[in-house]
Design a protein around this ligand. Structure first.
Ligand code: KG4
Ligand code: ZN
Length: 333
């Protein structure tokens, strides 16, 4: 008998619903939230309200797109965390109510595990593989031993890689989220023009707050001499900042792969949409003779398809939750 799962993702500022039938994604719809642009970052209270407005229309549209009736749903899955508590609450409450009304099981999903398992939507990395997960809230190196068995072997001590992109973009006067804009401008710039501090962190952990400070002091000094410095050098600045972030990420990924003797490498999370990171990740694989896996763009940033595929594996292993469940702002893999 086939398994049909409705999955909900609402951990940050995108409301997403997906339907999978066995391991195949039939629909994956996302309602974004423009309201945050005005504020230069996600405003949690506004995010929760927008989720409340979006959730029913998005679920409805996903079911129509997939061509399934509610009676066909075998389980309802949702992101339990990590994320913004008010945003998570909307998805968790909706999932609980819908599962109860349909009298089907509930499946809770860890958002960071889901970013990793997004690979299995259309490829099959071999276990054990090493995943570099880079998002707006997290930066992790994870040894993935099996679908639901993972070990974090390195993570950021301060800002996440996505935050490093967004916060430095803000210093350059770019709107939120700045990551994609840095990516776009960097294509026209010289990545070796400016040098910024690289952290010296032991083992496999990361740090990005020093880079942000180094960019800030550099821009302050240069704009004192020339008020148009940023506008005149925007492409080179973006390219140089982007190169530094990617250098930091790939050095640790390479170190981890060698340390653990792993030859299968995967990239996941919103920052894996970055074109230069994708290129250099593949280059790293080619240089070392490692297989590399990079998700399709639509599965890099937050989406419910990754929640659905994770839930499918949990369903097969009988990992269900119940109506007592509650969201977790912090939730370790
Ligand atoms: O995984 P995600 O959608 O949300 C979280 O779980 O945090 O990641 C969002 C992050 C943001 O920081 C955004 O700027 C970054 O991913 N991002 C990018 C690009 N596209 C999204 N960063 C650099 N280059 C991109 N092309
Ligand atoms: Zn995410």
């Amino acid at each position: 008998m086939s398994i049909t799962i409705l999955a909900i993702e609402s951990s940050c500022d995108d409301t997403s619903a997906a339907i999978c039938k066995d391991a195949k994604i039939l629909a994956n719809l996302i309602a974004g939230q423009q309201v945050h642009e005005l504020w230069g970052g996600v405003v949690p209270e506004l995010a929760s309200r927008a989720h409340q407005q979006n959730i029913i229309p998005v679920v409805d549209a996903a079911m129509q797109k997939a061509g399934i009736a509610k009676e066909e749903i075998s389980a309802v899955a949702f992101t339990r965390g990590p994320g913004l508590i008010g945003s998570l609450l909307v998805g968790v409450s909706f999932a609980k109510a819908f599962a109860m009304a349909l009298n089907v099981p509930l499946i809770e999903v860890n958002h960071m595990q889901a970013h990793i398992l997004a690979h299995f939507i259309d490829s099959t990395p071999k276990f054990p593989f090493l995943c570099l997960t880079v998002s707006g809230g997290h930066t992790q190196l994870v040894v993935v031993k099996n679908f639901l068995e993972m070990e974090v072997v390195g993570e950021t001590l301060d800002d996440a890689a996505g935050e490093a992109f967004d916060k430095t973009a803000k210093l350059l006067g770019l709107p939120y989220p700045g990551g994609p804009l840095i990516d776009r401008n960097a294509k026209l710039g010289d990545a070796n023009r400016f040098k910024f501090t690289e952290p010296n962190i032991a083992e496999l952990d990361f740090s990005f707050s020093g880079l942000k400070t180094s960019v800030m002091y550099f821009l302050q000094a240069e704009t004192r001499k020339n008020p148009d410095f940023i506008q005149q050098n925007i492409n080179d600045l973006c390219a140089s900042i982007q190169r530094t972030i990617i250098d930091i990420l790939l050095k640790k990924a390479e170190k981890a792969a060698k340390q653990y003797g792993i030859t299968e490498l995967a990239l996941a999370g919103g920052v894996s949409a970055n074109s230069e990171l994708r290129r250099r990740f593949e280059e790293l694989g080619t240089k070392n003779g490692w297989a590399t896996y990079i998700p399709k763009f639509e599965y890099c940033t937050d989406n419910a398809a990754m929640i659905a595929i994770t839930a499918y594996h949990k369903y097969q292993q009988g990992q269900f939750t119940n109506q007592e469940t509650e969201p977790l702002a912090r939730y370790h893999i």
